[in-house]
Ligand binder design. Structure first.
Ligand SMILES: Nc1nc2c(ncn2[C@@H]2O[C@H](COP(=O)(O)OP(=O)(O)OP(=O)(O)O)[C@@H](O)[C@H]2O)c(=O)[nH]1
Length: 222
């Protein structure tokens, strides 16, 4: 059985930085991991790239030949990956042994883990190849500085949980930029009544019922 982490999260949340730090940590601990680039738009890497989607398809070529913009081009590349799971990915995975640990650095387009089935099918393929897969969801800690951002960050992470149905670890990135760490602690262990009252203060009165439902949902998720 192989092991895999799918590193996801919004654009710029710190996925590649996390992969690079994980690689350095494992090197120090004398453990081997292999990091896979699944972002056809990525250019610079601080880690050795073990497998690279850009060997299958290049975003620049897609944009030039099909006249697509960056987002449409990226979705096209990911759908191309989905169509090539049985050949390209299978051949690449054959290079790894049973106990190997793969870390997939994914693109940040939110639709990939909200409703587009590419990553879901990718995960199903890994499972068929006998990989034990978990999700590492990166969230910028700036999302935990304000109640409305907190709800939005929780909902984005929740949609990935529902879509991918995998063991799911949330990681707060960029903690060094947080000036008031106590504020973050309040959000890590939220008091539903306090959150609701803060949210109600921020929103027009007609959102009262919606706010209550959102806070209940977020509190259950914790
Ligand atoms: N201060 C600080 N900056 C960070 C941290 N992690 C990432 N960054 C910075 O945030 C920016 C985005 O980081 P990336 O690791 O490229 O984020 P990403 O999620 O891979 O980005 P995309 O692939 O574009 O979605 C870079 O400028 C990083 O240097 C952190 O823990 N602290």
């Amino acid at each position: 059985m192989g092991y895999a982490q799918l590193v996801i999260g919004p654009a710029g949340s710190g996925k590649s930085t996390y992969c690079s730090s994980l690689f350095q940590h494992c090197e120090t601990m004398r453990r081997t991991i292999h990091i896979v680039n699944l972002d056809p738009a990525a250019e610079n890497f601080d880690y050795p790239v073990a497998m690279d989607i850009r060997e299958l398809i290049s975003l620049d070529d897609v944009m030039e030949e099909l006249g697509l913009g960056p987002n449409g081009g990226l979705m096209y590349c990911m759908e191309h990956l989905e169509e090539n799971l049985d050949d390209w990915l299978t051949e690449e995975l054959d290079n790894y042994l049973d106990d190997d640990y793969l870390v997939f650095d994914c693109p940040g387009q939110i639709e990939l883990f909200s409703h587009v089935p590419v990553l879901k099918n990718f995960v199903e393929h890994l499972k068929r190849k006998n990989f034990n897969v978990c999700v590492v969801y990166l969230l910028d800690s700036q999302f935990l500085t304000d109640v409305t951002k907190f709800i939005s960050g929780c909902m984005a992470s929740l949609s990935a949980m529902v879509q991918l149905e995998l063991p799911h670890v949330n990681i707060l990135s960029k903690m060094d930029l947080v000036t008031n760490k106590r504020e973050i602690e309040d959000y890590l262990n939220p008091e539903p009544r306090v959150l609701l009252s803060e949210l109600n203060k921020r929103m027009a009165p007609q959102f009262g019922k919606l706010n209550k439902a959102l806070i209940e949902l977020v509190s259950h998720k914790h």
